[in-house]
Unconditional design. Sequence first.
Length: 222
Amino acid sequence: MKRLWIFGTICIALLCVIGCGVFQCRGAKTEDGHTAEEFLKAGNDYYHRASGKGLPAEEQTDLYKKSVENYKKALELPGTEEKAKAEAELCIRQIEELLAGYIYKIGAALIPLPQSDEAMRKAKEKAPEAIKYFNTVIAEFPNTDYADLSYVQLGMCYEYLEKWEEAEEAYEGLIQKYTDEKGNPITPFSENARAALRYARERLAQLPTKLLAFKVNRPLPH
């Protein structure tokens, strides 16, 4: 799990360095006369404002979200140049990774890898709260590295709570995400995703004994 945390931290650092460039395009207009170029410019402006130092987290998040909204409006207009589209899509991915990272880190901070009985007790206590953060990342930012990492963290939370079926579903969720229609595995492009996928497979392989014991001892429904 420490390795997954390091990958996530590196990812955020790289995104902050890359940033979104200024780009232009020509194309159609909205009904009220706005062009894709105007939306792209607004997206850039919001992005660079959000990247400023010393902003409160809430204000920074709001600016990033406005940036994404404007980039997406530009992409919806027909006639937008392919280069501009590609750059807008890249900026959206970068921003969504940042936003997902904020939520993921809050959840991960609640359940550091237990190194003692006391740490395990605290992990069990905080796991339900952490689960909410990881589910939010998966639901709102499904195409980010942090969503892949969240599947693993979700599985670990359920293991802490000894909810073996839910843990199995969490790990299977990530594995299915990288399985094609014919059942063949898909190799993720990102090292973060590859690491998360390896870990999910390792944990899933260790669950059958616990899951079987749970099913055998589970009370029959009335």
